[in-house]
Design a protein around this ligand. Structure first.
Ligand SMILES: O=C(O)CCC(=O)C(=O)O
Ligand SMILES: [Fe+2]
Length: 284
């Protein structure tokens, strides 16, 4: 809770997912991205609603600087509804990623229950409210970049969702903003880097913070990472949890639907406007 308040990020070790699997998913991700373009082309799409799609950034046609990364985003829950849409090449892709998706969901829900305990909410608060219904996996691949001073793998952003569990492998690249300085997050082998999304900042009424981060590129080595995003379902109502509100703790944000938030998050992030601003409650 302290790290979530101060940094918006913490590292999670001893989470129970075997080291072999943590490494294997990164290997398979790298193998997928290194396939010839024609083997991946059928996954390419600019339609954010597609359940499994290959793309690079939020708004490719309009952005001034393209991201130095490829991204495969796949829906994961329930697994049997989505796994058939995932790549079948490399041949072990679905088996390895499917096993991982189930395990990382369990860990994510456990962390959310621990966060309930830390905030003083009843256990299962997120599941009961449909706030953890959606699980997306984002496979990132940051190729070797000849001149890292010219671009970023991923520009400054905070995640829109509830929490993200990042398997970042061993290659340095992620930086977190702390007191206006970019701190590089030293990878810990087999750990998850957990970060608080905007939605959890709102639900916790500002007790946990979603913090800006970015990814720098690397001249010498390609970097593969896998982010597991827990999202509410689109029609969920998002608001500070009522158990956290009283005379001394007024709600800092107004209520809205998650779909609406995702829409404005994309345009605000794109224009460099803090996405939570428009939902802040004016002081009485
Ligand atoms: O790849 C990384 O290190 C970070 C990825 C990330 O921040 C994201 O996908 O939102
Ligand atoms: Fe992120």
């Amino acid at each position: 809770m302290k790290a979530g308040q101060e940094f918006g990020f913490f590292q999670l070790i001893n989470h129970g997912i075997p080291n072999d699997l943590m490494n294997d998913v990164l290997k398979v991700a790298g193998e997928f991205f290194r396939l010839p373009a024609e083997d991946k082309a059928s996954f390419y799409s600019e339609d954010p609603k597609k359940a499994c799609r290959l793309y690079t950034s939020i708004d490719y046609d309009k952005e001034k600087v393209h991201y130095w990364r490829d991204n495969l985003r796949q829906s994961c829950h329930p697994l049997d509804r989505y796994i058939e849409d995932w790549p079948a090449n490399p041949t072990r892709y679905r088996k390895v990623m499917g096993k991982y998706a189930l395990k990382v969901r369990e860990v994510s829900l456990l962390i959310l229950d621990l966060i309930c305990e830390g905030l003083g909410l009843e256990l299962g608060y997120f599941e009961a409210g449909g706030l953890s219904n959606v699980q997306l996996m984002g496979l990132n691949y940051y190729p070797i970049c000849p001149d890292p001073s010219l671009t970023l793998g991923l520009p400054k952003h905070s995640d829109v969702n509830v929490i993200t569990l990042l398997n970042q492998g061993l290659v340095l690249g992620l930086q977190v903003l702390k007191d206006e300085e970019w701190l590089s997050v030293e990878p810990i082998p087999n750990a998850f880097l957990v970060n608080i999304g905007h939605t959890l900042q709102i639900i916790s009424n500002g007790k946990l913070r979603s913090v800006d981060h970015r990814v720098v590129t690397n001249k010498h080595i390609a970097r593969a990472t896998i982010a597991n995003f827990v999202h509410p379902s689109g029609d969920s109502q998002i608001a500070p949890a009522t158990a956290l509100i009283d005379k001394c703790n007024l709600p800092l944000y107004r209520q809205f639907t998650y779909n609406e938030f995702v829409r404005t998050y994309v345009t605000d992030t794109h224009q460099g406007t803090p996405p939570l601003k428009r939902y802040e409650q004016s002081k009485p």
